[in-house]
Every structure is written in C-alpha cells, then in structure tokens.
Design a protein around this ligand. Structure first.
Ligand SMILES: O=C(O)CCC(=O)C(=O)O
Length: 269
C-alpha cells in the first residue's frame, strides 16, 4: 500500500529526495525555544563529565573552550530528551522514512562569536546506521546565516557514497575530518529563522564556517535519527529511543567503513 504523507507535501518530500535536505519552517514555537534556551543557559555554567566540559576560567583564547558543544544532553536532561522526541519533528521524519523513526543522538552547539566551524563531513560515516540511513534534524535556536556560521549543505550529495575523510584545516574547524565535495559541487548556506528545522540525509556533505560576527551566538539543537528497520548503529549512539520515550537497543555496528577499523582508533569522532 502506498505511504500516505501526514506532515509534508509531496513537493517537500521530493525536495528531500532529490536535494538531500529540506528546511521546514517553524516546527518549534516561541515557548519551546524559550525552554530550550533556558535549559542550555543553565547547563552552560556547569561541568557534566562526558557531556560538557567547559573551561570556566576567564579569559579563554578559544571561545569553544568556554562553550564546547553539549554531547547527548538527552542522557542527563529531561528537557533535552523531550525535544529529541518533539512530535512535529518525528512526524516529518516518519514521512521521510515512511516508517517509524528512532532517536539516536542529541547535541547542542552554542557557537559563540569568533568560534571555528565544523569542516564538511557526512554523518553516516559516524552513525553507521544499517540497513537504511541516519537523518539529522538541525534546529536553529538563533537565526542562522552566512555571517554567524550557519549550516552549509552540498545539494544532491545524498547520492554520494560515504568516503574516508581527509584532514581538516585546524585553523577553521574544531573537528579533524574533511570530506571534499565532488567536482563542480559547492556548499550553499541554509539560511534559517529560529524554530526552523533542517532535515538532511546521512550521506549529504555538510558543515559550517567560522562565526564571523562580534556579538551573535549561533545556537543549534541537533538530533540524529535512524529508521526503525535498521539493525545496526555505531556503539556511541546506543541505546536509541522510540517516540514514547522507551529505549530500544540495536546491535553495535563495528564496521570501520571506507577507512577501515584502524582509522577509527586513530581518529575518534
Ligand atoms: O552546526 C554545525 O556547525 C555543524 C553541525 C554538524 O555538522 C553535525 O551535527 O553533523
């Protein structure tokens, strides 16, 4: 039986399938955003081993030492878990997968003024969702644009294979991996208002440049999902969560991918 779309129009679905990404406007209300902002403002003054380890001494030369990304906040914070499972986001994911989505990861980026970006990369190199793929839901908590280091996507690279990354430019990227876009294809900015969500396929090449502003943070709540029929995922992303909040475990996927297993030991994500 043909799948019936519930949240997306056929044009939106087609855009995701041909371009590899889709921006859906206003999936988070002002009240949702305020709750997220307050939660991560409180977290920003704490140290949470394994999740958030800021350098709270002042002054610091690298703004990302004071405001590193928060990893897996849904594992210690109920508000983060609530928004990882935000119904409007899961409704879109269900339309994209044509099956139930499972939540695998949450992150929060503060990206303060002056901070480096994250070099172009592909998410399923890390999540290793099989069979199927991961999809990211990248929520703008502040307006995101070229000036403050908003997200960049390389359209249509959802059909590009997962490749072994090169070394990134450490002056411009806080992560070490870089995936060069295929010849004649370029990264384009995803300009977003707060509350908009950018969905993108796990093969799509994406990343961000430096926040060039002097006074604008570029905060984002970033979550990754897998299709329910997947049987394996990278160890770092287990357990996953169903829409009702219950945990579900998939097998750990030990596959080293296009670089082999030794590479992973040398360059953990
Ligand atoms: O938000 C960013 O600057 C990069 C985020 C990203 O690329 C990711 O979460 O995979």
């Amino acid at each position: 039986m043909a799948y019936e779309l519930r949240a997306l129009t056929p044009e939106q679905k087609r855009h995701f399938e041909t371009e590899g990404y889709l921006i859906v406007k206003g999936l988070f209300s002002e009240a949702d955003l305020q709750e997220i902002e307050e939660t991560f403002e409180q977290i920003s003054h704490q140290t949470i081993p394994g999740h958030f380890m800021p350098d709270l001494s002042s002054p610091v030369t690298d703004p990302l030492k004071r405001y590193p990304r928060v990893m897996h906040p849904h594992r210690f914070n109920d508000t983060a878990k609530k928004y990882l499972l935000h119904k409007p986001v899961l409704d879109v994911l269900r339309d994209l997968y044509e099956e139930e989505p499972l939540a695998a990861q949450s992150m929060f980026y503060y990206k303060p003024p002056g901070s480096r970006g994250q070099a172009l990369h592909q998410d399923n190199f890390y999540l290793k969702v099989e069979p199927g793929n991961c999809i990211a839901a990248w929520t703008a908590v502040d307006p995101a644009d070229e000036e403050n280091g908003g997200l960049l996507v390389v359209p249509k690279t959802n059909n590009y294979e997962i490749v072994c990354p090169e070394l990134a430019d450490a002056q411009e990227s806080f992560t070490t991996h870089f995936v060069k876009p295929p010849k004649d294809q370029q990264a384009v900015p995803a300009v977003m208002d707060k509350g908009d969500v950018l969905f993108f396929n796990g093969n799509l090449i994406h990343g961000s440049y430096r926040n060039k502003t002097k006074d604008r943070f570029r905060r984002a709540f970033i979550c990754h999902y897998a299709n329910e029929s997947a049987t394996r995922i990278g160890n770092h992303y287990r357990p996953l969560f169903r829409a009702d909040g219950s945990a579900i475990d998939l097998e750990a996927n030990p596959d080293g991918g296009p670089c082999g297993v030794e590479y992973e030991a040398l360059y953990p994500h």
